[in-house]
Design a protein around this ligand. Structure first.
Ligand code: ADP
Length: 166
């Protein structure tokens, strides 16, 4: 049975990510979410917070048997370490494509055994990103249709006290 790794910033995890997790698990029963320690973007939450928030959100959604780890360095090294055969990524609008295309080809160049598999977003989540969720919450909006309750609470704590641990 092939193993897959789903890497990302998860700053924080949203229903868009969770939808990809649910669908990817049908093809890859052994799926590992890998939270990247130092994403290009400056994260709101520390890597430890993002890992914990992701784990709590999966628990809240009743998704068991998905491991959550964090990594720094090259994705292919992390994938090799955990014995992953495939990388799972999601595609929303056209704007995701160029970056994802570049990353997938680079990773294949670095490790020709590692396939990247793309899942097309669910229509209702096609606009949803961690950045939008943070922006709406920061401005006092309701994010309950974008993220599970535990994530919403972590965001509320973070914005109430930015130095607090999520
Ligand atoms: P990264 O910084 O690596 O892009 P993200 O946490 O923003 O990390 O996203 C991780 C992956 O999940 C990416 O492939 C992204 O396209 C995908 N993704 C994020 N939000 C959605 C969504 N609403 N629908 C489908 N895929 C999504």
């Amino acid at each position: 049975m092939p193993n897959a790794i789903y890497p990302g910033s998860f700053d924080p995890i949203t229903y868009g990510h969770i939808d990809i997790v649910r669908r990817a698990r049908k093809l890859f029963p052994h799926l590992v979410i890998a939270v990247v320690a130092n994403p290009n973007k400056r994260p709101l939450f520390s890597v430890e917070e993002r890992e914990r928030i992701t784990r709590d959100a999966l628990g809240e959604m009743g998704i068991a048997d998905v491991d959550v780890i964090s990594y720094s360095g090259l994705l292919i090294d992390c994938a090799r370490k955990i014995g992953a055969d495939a990388v799972v990524r999601g595609l929303r609008a056209n704007s995701d494509f160029d970056y994802e295309f570049q990353m997938a080809l680079t990773n294949r160049d670095l490790d020709s055994d590692l396939e990247t598999v793309f899942f097309m977003t669910a229509g209702k989540y096609s606009f949803l990103s961690s950045s939008i969720v943070k922006e709406v919450k920061r401005l006092g909006g309701d994010v309950s249709s974008f993220v599970p309750k535990s994530v919403e609470e972590a965001l509320a704590r973070k914005f109430a006290s930015p130095n607090d641990a999520g």
